[in-house]
Design a protein around this ligand. Structure first.
Ligand code: FES
Length: 291
């Protein structure tokens, strides 16, 4: 695994850990129980809480110890009607509101916004981490973007060289590439770029104009783009159309045990070939000249 891949995976892992931490904090805050029941009350409720200042009004009247019992035998004055003491009525009402347990009070507005903020951050960081892992995943798992084993060189050569002397590409889906025979000595423009191994080269299927997939045309022995008519010969050299350069190709190698490896993470671009390696067309075109 390259340094960049390790870096991307590390950043992704850190983001996931941060998301996990944010969720854990939100969960803990949500689960905290406070012994101060006032903390669970809103500001409006606390402002209306007059229980402490008015508590004496609710306390039962105390009798002075020094008064003789006989004096208490006198008939008490009749208590005034409630309407004459509105303060006592309001205290009773307020007490019914204030005496609520934290469980009954539920989630306060501040707790709700704290949890929402942490959850949003956690979700954002989690998605970022997953995106980075998804971006790096093909390179980790060996798909397009990494080195692809196309098979044994001898088997590939048997498929691209036909008995009648013509050639045909072998398409490798995992590499999104056509393998074609190539004589490096005949195409000096590719010398030293690492795009030929075992007499074979690997062409990216993507048209260098606007990215359409370029199919093989067996009658003309070349690649002809159906989108805007760009044409390339059998080794991907530019022939006609709006394409700005030759077909792109990948760095390739043959291992000691004879496997043909396409490095789809290393794309080589080359300018339009002025000297052609193979003739084109060798028969009728599949796409009309000019698109
Ligand atoms: S995409 Fe191939 S010619 Fe435009």
């Amino acid at each position: 695994m390259s340094t960049i891949q390790i870096l991307i995976v590390s950043i992704g892992a850190v983001c996931l850990l941060a998301a996990f931490a944010a969720f854990a904090i939100a969960y803990r805050r949500g689960g905290e129980k406070t012994t101060d029941w006032r903390a669970a009350l809103s500001k409006e409720t606390l402002a209306a809480d007059v229980s402490e200042t008015t508590a004496p009004l609710l306390a039962p009247p105390t009798q002075p110890e020094s008064e003789p019992i006989e004096e208490q035998a006198e008939p008490l004055e009749e208590a005034p009607p409630e309407a004459e003491h509105p303060a006592a009525v309001s205290v009773a009402e307020v007490q019914r509101v204030v005496e609520v347990s934290p469980e009954e009070a539920g989630v306060t507005r501040r707790q709700f916004f704290n949890r929402a903020l942490l959850s949003t951050w956690g979700g954002y960081l989690g998605l970022m981490g997953l995106s980075m892992l998804a971006f790096a995943w093909p390179k980790i798992s060996g798909g397009f973007g990494s080195k692809v084993d196309a098979g044994a060189v001898e088997d590939i050569r048997a498929q691209v060289f036909l008995p009648d002397g013509s050639v045909q590409p072998l398409f490798i889906p995992d590499a999104r590439a056509y393998i074609m025979p190539f004589d490096e000595a005949a195409g000096p423009q590719f010398e030293g770029k690492g795009v030929v191994a075992g007499g074979l080269t690997a062409l990216w299927q993507k048209c260098v104009h606007l990215g359409c997939r370029v199919p093989w045309c067996s009658s003309s022995q070349g690649f002809e783009c159906p989108c805007h008519g760009s044409k390339y010969n059998a080794v991907g050299e530019y022939q006609a159309g709006p394409a700005p350069r030759n077909l792109d190709r990948f760095v390739v190698e043959v291992t000691e045990d004879g496997r043909f490896i396409i490095d789809t993470g290393s794309v080589i671009q080359t300018a339009r070939a002025t000297v052609k390696t193979v003739p084109y067309p060798q028969g009728p075109n599949c796409v009309a000249i000019g698109g």
